[in-house]
Design a protein around this ligand. Structure first.
Ligand code: 13P
Ligand code: SF4
Length: 327
């Protein structure tokens, strides 16, 4: 793999290219190389706006499965680009910043997870897509926050299930499905940080607002939410619900697409525990990608995501099961 000095390249291009020029160059390179840009709702607005497709984890995987582009540039985090590579072993998959990880994926090291599975021998393993390729290779079915309930319900009622790595989504699924899931103890640093006291105080100041939350949030947050859903579920709810004000508990990047969908509605980011000066929550991993890094990765075709064949051949099976169950 070619390793480029991003810092050096970054300084060079900063001196020469404005955002508008970077956008022009990205569009030109995309056409020239038959590349597609897939972006998650948590990306910077300028990246969402230049992407060919913006979506939640499920929609982005489905898009990766159906694209005829030669290169996929994944403006998201590592596990998302890795999933796209597992689905498309013969395509080049690029991630603008190779260090864009995820606290949930990091919370589940493969050796420890293997021991956990071995300690629950009769269990089927359902893993949230926010995990590494190695973890997917140890799994039976993958799910996202938009299809977790459907995937769990597809498993016979008497079949015990391990659910990993997000314990908050897991607890919410226990409530929704009535199943006794064995949970891995992982969390998302962004969704764990929402502050219930601040949210309740904010709601008192905006009594007409609907409080909506992503299921990675902790149980005390979900308990007071009038709607719980994936990023696309939250956007759709803001669109279809008659309310004109929403307090939104998920990564703040979502507000860009949400506001585009409901330009006349007021969207208020839910406050987090540590963030006293700024009222919103941002995922530092998602925000590692910049327009400039997007341009550089397309130009240099690097950093490229590589998944070893033996991992890929195992990891594709639970992903395909999810895609088949989500048609
Ligand atoms: P969804 O977009 O699938 O809801 O996932 C949210 C998330 O945390 C992605 O990292
Ligand atoms: Fe991972 Fe949370 Fe960031 Fe999503 S928002 S990438 S779950 S750390």
């Amino acid at each position: 793999m070619q390793v480029i000095d991003l810092k050096k390249e970054s300084i060079k291009s900063k001196n020469t290219l404005t955002d508008a020029e970077l956008c022009t160059e990205i569009k030109r390179l995309k056409k020239e190389k038959n590349a597609v840009i897939l972006a998650h709702f948590y990306q910077e607005p300028i990246i969402q706006d230049i992407a060919d497709f913006v979506g939640d984890s499920l929609k982005l995987s489905q898009q990766a499965a159906s694209t005829d582009a030669d290169i996929i540039v994944f403006a998201g985090v590592h596990f998302m680009a890795e999933t796209a590579k597992i689905i498309n072993p013969n395509k080049k998959v690029l991630l603008p910043d190779v260090n864009a990880s995820c606290s949930l994926a990091e919370s589940c090291p493969p050796d420890d997870f293997k021991k956990f599975i071995d300690a629950h021998p009769d269990h089927i393993v359902i893993t949230y897509i926010n995990c590494s390729a190695e973890i997917k290779a140890l799994s039976d079915i993958v799910c996202t926050s938009s299809n977790a309930e459907k995937i769990i319900n597809s498993v016979p009622k008497d079949q015990p299930i391990i659910f990993a790595p997000d314990k908050n989504l897991g607890k919410y699924m226990i409530e929704k499905t009535g199943r006794d899931l064995v949970l891995w103890d992982g969390t998302c640093i962004v969704h764990e940080a929402f502050a219930i006291d601040k949210i309740l105080a904010l709601h008192q100041r905006h009594p007409k607002a609907q409080f909506i939350a992503h299921p990675e949030s902790s149980p005390e947050i979900l308990k007071v939410a009038s709607y719980i859903g994936s990023t696309s579920g939250l956007i759709n709810y803001a669109k279809t619900n008659t309310s004109s004000e929403f307090i939104v508990a998920t990564e703040a990047g979502i507000l860009h697409q949400m506001q585009k969908e409901v330009p006349h509605k007021k969207l208020i980011p839910a406050p987090s525990k540590e963030n006293n000066s700024c009222a919103c929550s941002e995922c530092g991993f998602m925000k590692m990608n910049t327009l400039e890094k997007l341009y550089l990765c397309l130009k240099n075709e690097s950093p490229e995501i590589i998944v070893p064949k033996e991992i890929r051949e195992k990891a594709i099976l639970p992903i395909e099961r999810m895609l088949n169950l989500s048609k």
